[in-house]
Ligand binder design. Structure first.
Ligand code: MF3
Ligand code: CO
Ligand code: CO
Length: 248
């Protein structure tokens, strides 16, 4: 069931989403070569708690930390730890989800650590473009398939692949609500978008093949061929005239 948010619920979605975006802006100022992903987790955890919110990933289906930190060939759901130290040339995705006043805000960004190779930088820029362009197709009457088709076209146009095992999702009182927002698909197909829907778009784009596997920690998702992967995520609202990015 896809929930349509009331005006009051939309205000609460705006507030939690702003906090999630603020957390990413805060952690960006702290990133430096030599720090561990555990330190990143602690800084984000404290920032969220200090703003009277809860980090949604902590204990979510047993996830042990407060944010996801995904380095290089890690596609998503990387677990912060003391052994993963940021080094020059890394791609680091930090995925922040807040719960404020009972509502979830979910956003992620891939950061370039130090001097990144031109080919890695291009992957990140194209992945950002996949998110930005797919948001522009969102308006009442558009179809979910329009979003996936847009992402797929841009990624394939650069010779990249689109991860299929993980997708965007409705969001609100629950972390993951209906619908599933696939990052591939066919224009004109799927659920029709309506004013008041809130969902994420969060394309994961690989330099090599699209296939993924989960490591023995049961969380960390990596590319099967060890190629680099990048991701960006926003929580968005379908408005009367189009779209509002809640995690801007
Ligand atoms: N934030 C992720 C998403 O975009 C979900 C992380 S689930 C966790 O949907 F348990 F790994 F935190
Ligand atoms: Co999400
Ligand atoms: Co997320």
């Amino acid at each position: 069931m896809i929930t349509i948010k009331s005006q009051r619920e939309i205000e609460l979605m705006r507030a939690t989403s702003k906090l999630a975006a603020d957390t990413l802006r805060f952690i960006e100022t702290k990133l430096e070569i030599g720090m561990s992903t555990e330190q990143i987790n602690t800084l984000c955890h404290n920032y969220i708690i200090e703003h009277n919110a809860i980090p949604a990933p902590l204990n979510y289906h047993g996830f042990p930390k407060s944010v996801c930190t995904s380095l290089n060939e890690v596609i998503c759901h990387g677990i912060p730890n003391e052994k993963d130290i940021l080094k020059n040339g890394d791609l680091l995705n930090i995925d922040v989800t807040t719960i404020l006043n009972g509502f979830h805000g979910d956003t992620n960004k891939t950061f370039l650590i130090g001097d990144v190779s031109p080919e890695a930088k291009k992957l990140v820029l194209v992945t950002k473009k996949c998110l930005d362009e797919s948001i522009k197709v969102v308006r009442p009457g558009a179809k979910l398939g329009d979003i996936g088709a847009c992402i797929q076209e841009i990624a394939h146009g650069h010779g990249y692949s689109v991860v299929r095992e993980y997708c965007g999702h409705g969001i609100g009182r629950d972390f993951h609500e209906d619908p599933q927002v696939l990052h591939y698909g066919t224009k004109g197909t799927g659920v029709t978008l309506k004013e008041g829907m809130t969902f994420t778009i969060e394309p994961m784009i690989n330099l090599g093949e699209r296939h993924s596997k989960v490591l023995s920690d049961d969380w960390t998702v990596v590319t099967q061929d060890n190629s680099l992967s990048a991701q960006f995520e926003h929580t968005i609202l379908v408005t009367q005239s189009g779209v509002e990015i809640l995690t801007l």
